[in-house]
Design a protein around this ligand. Structure first.
Ligand code: SAM
Length: 229
């Protein structure tokens, strides 16, 4: 899968793309990330991409011309693709959204900056608008990294144990169950006996029960309700 990222700060992605699962996904050929600095599509020789809002108010807005030109140039080369505009006003990112995006062959992420976008960027290009949470960040780069991380680990063959993505929180509407490693006793806290029993059926039953209990505790809803979602 190829993810194209329109950003004014491609350098922010340096360490992120070089480490851990996102690096492995690229090394395995499951993911490619194409960083496009849309300042290069600015119309003047100063590389201006922002301007003051009509009607007054604080801060600067991203101008439409460089972003339209960046999208049109990319799609003239690669063909039309699914586009995501990162904004605190978007739909909250969920694991289901990450799974849907992870199945696409190509994806475009647009990172805002400053006070955000001239409204015509929203109106004149069709986007899925996504927020990573109900707070305001300085730019769309961290949200883009969140999406890239969430979809990289879902690419086939990227996680060592294929099962691990299938068993994580939010799959089947349940949070993950508690897990333990060595030592068996740490500061008076013991690993539950069932996990040391070697009885796989009992271990599986305990894990499902604990996942349901944790989901219920943290949502206030009954586990059956969670699983229906
Ligand atoms: N004035 C805008 C508002 O109140 O909605 C906020 C602009 S924010 C400082 C700059 C950019 O960061 C946004 O255009 C968006 O791309 C990105 N951004 C900030 N918070 C975000 C969030 N929670 N989810 C997704 N993108 C976010």
């Amino acid at each position: 899968m190829i993810v194209h990222v329109l950003t004014l700060f491609p350098g922010l992605f340096d360490g992120f793309l070089r480490e851990s699962i996102v690096r492995i996904a690229q090394d395995k050929g499951a993911l490619a990330v194409d960083l496009i600095d849309f300042r290069r599509y600015a119309k003047d020789r100063h590389g201006t991409v922002d301007d003051r809002p009509f009607g007054g108010g604080p801060g600067m807005l991203l101008k439409p011309e460089p972003i339209f030109e960046a999208v049109e140039t990319l799609e003239a080369q690669r063909g039309p693709m699914h586009r995501v505009l990162l904004t605190p006003a978007g739909d909250l990112l969920t694991q289901a959204t990450a799974e849907r995006l992870a199945g696409l062959p190509e994806l475009l992420l647009l990172c805002g900056r400053y006070e955000g976008f001239d409204e015509r960027i929203r109106l004149g290009i069709s986007w899925e608008e996504i927020s990573i949470g109900e707070y305001v960040l300085s730019g769309g780069e961290v949200p883009a990294m969140v999406i890239i991380d969430a979809i990289a680990r879902l690419q086939p063959g990227v996680l060592g144990d294929e099962e691990s993505a299938l068993r994580e929180s939010f799959r089947e509407g349940l949070l993950d169950f508690p897990q333990f490693t060595r030592p068996r006793v740490f500061r008076g806290m013991s690993v539950p006996g069932v996990l040391l029993s070697g009885n796989h059926a009992e271990i599986e039953a305990w894990r499902r029960q604990e996942a349901a209990r944790r989901t219920q505790e943290r949502s206030g809803a009954a586990p059956e309700e969670q699983q229906d979602r």
